[in-house]
Design a protein around this ligand. Structure first.
Ligand SMILES: [Zn+2]
Length: 343
């Protein structure tokens, strides 16, 4: 049986350093039962191979130290490097596209041309040269962390099939092509790929809008990509999660991923772990259901944020801390320790 996992994901806009994240993992979350720490650090790390693409200030040596500290405490740091989409925020490009603007899918979308109507830039899905830059960075992150899993992001990719190099290629082909390049590379390294699920969900079947599912045509890629990819299927507002069943039925390992909306977290936890009532068969019994991932999009990278999150009552922040505790209570109550992931 596949060991169950319990993940904490942290968005790190500009962490400065990772000591707060490590402190949170080692001294708070591992004792609560979390075993996997998905750190959205990719574009903030200064790597040896491509320091020019970093938009942050975290040296690779510090990533290594963080991973070692978490491993020593019994957990695993999983690096997240946003691939394909999320190459910046609104019209601002990240370090990768600033250093290599030739891979910008929509260079004409600027603050002047689209001041209010542009979500985030992507790299071009049909210029393989991008991977000459990105794959060595991924390799360096793998070596530094000694990770067995790697998260490639790939959520909310709206800008594709637009530039002259790929405008005639169907979106699902571009999506599948980029997923497979990353999967093949990680597999050769003995590393399992994790990715967000939203671009693989047909909005006509689930959710009906463009954030949690796809309305533009990338979703058929779900049937074109390897099934050993772990899907972190995020949903933060709803109380029904049909896409979780869709991914399970197709044979993917799935980690339903919540944020901090109480009614949604409760509904997802109940679906995954059940209530312990006799005769109940919660999804955690499915061999492809790994366990939940608690995502944190409000901070949690610095010591002061963590102190607030776990101990103080500031609205929002305290709710995040409550979610972290609540889901841990579900996971540890309903997943036998012998079935949990040991790193
Ligand atoms: Zn393109």
């Amino acid at each position: 049986m596949t060991p169950k996992m319990f993940a904490y994901h942290c968005y790190m806009k500009e962490p400065g350093d990772l000591s707060g994240f490590v402190d949170l993992a080692v001294n708070n979350l591992i004792p609560m039962g979390y075993d996997t720490f998905i750190a959205e650090i990719g574009h903030n790390v200064i790597t040896k191979c491509h320091p020019e693409i970093s938009g942050g200030s975290v040296p690779i040596e510090q990533v290594k130290e963080a991973a070692e500290a978490i491993a020593k405490a019994g957990g695993q740091l999983v690096p997240l490097f946003n691939c394909f989409g999320h190459q910046g925020w609104k019209c601002e490009r990240n370090g990768l596209l600033q250093a290599y603007p030739e891979y910008d899918e929509t260079p004409e979308y600027t603050e002047e041309s689209h001041p209010d109507n542009f979500y985030t830039p992507s790299w071009c899905g049909n210029k393989p040269g991008i991977y000459d830059i990105v794959l060595p960075v991924i390799d360096e992150l793998i070596e530094a962390t000694n990770c067995k899993y790697f998260h490639v992001g790939m959520d909310e990719i709206f800008e594709m099939a637009h530039c002259p190099a790929c405008k005639d290629i169907p979106r699902h082909e571009l999506m599948a092509k980029n997923v497979k390049i990353l999967h093949d590379h990680l597999t050769k390294r003995g590393v399992r790929m994790m990715m967000w699920g939203d671009r693989l969900i047909d909005s006509k079947e689930c959710f009906g809008h463009t954030w949690e599912a796809d309305i533009y045509g990338s979703y058929p890629a779900v049937d074109m990509i390897p099934k050993d990819i772990i899907i972190t299927d995020w949903h933060y507002e709803t109380t029904e999660f049909p896409s979780v069943h869709m991914f399970l039925e197709k044979g993917f390992d799935v980690m339903p991923s919540c944020f901090m909306t109480n009614h949604s977290v409760k509904a997802m936890s109940n679906m995954v772990y059940g209530s312990g009532a006799p005769g109940e068969h919660p999804l955690i019994e499915n061999e492809h259901m790994l366990g939940m991932c608690v995502t944190n999009w409000i901070g949690g990278a610095s010591n002061s944020e963590i102190d607030f999150m776990l101990t103080k009552t500031r609205p929002g922040v305290s709710q995040m801390g409550q979610t972290i505790r609540d889901v841990a209570a579900w996971h540890t109550a309903y997943v036998d320790p012998s079935k949990r992931r040991r790193w």
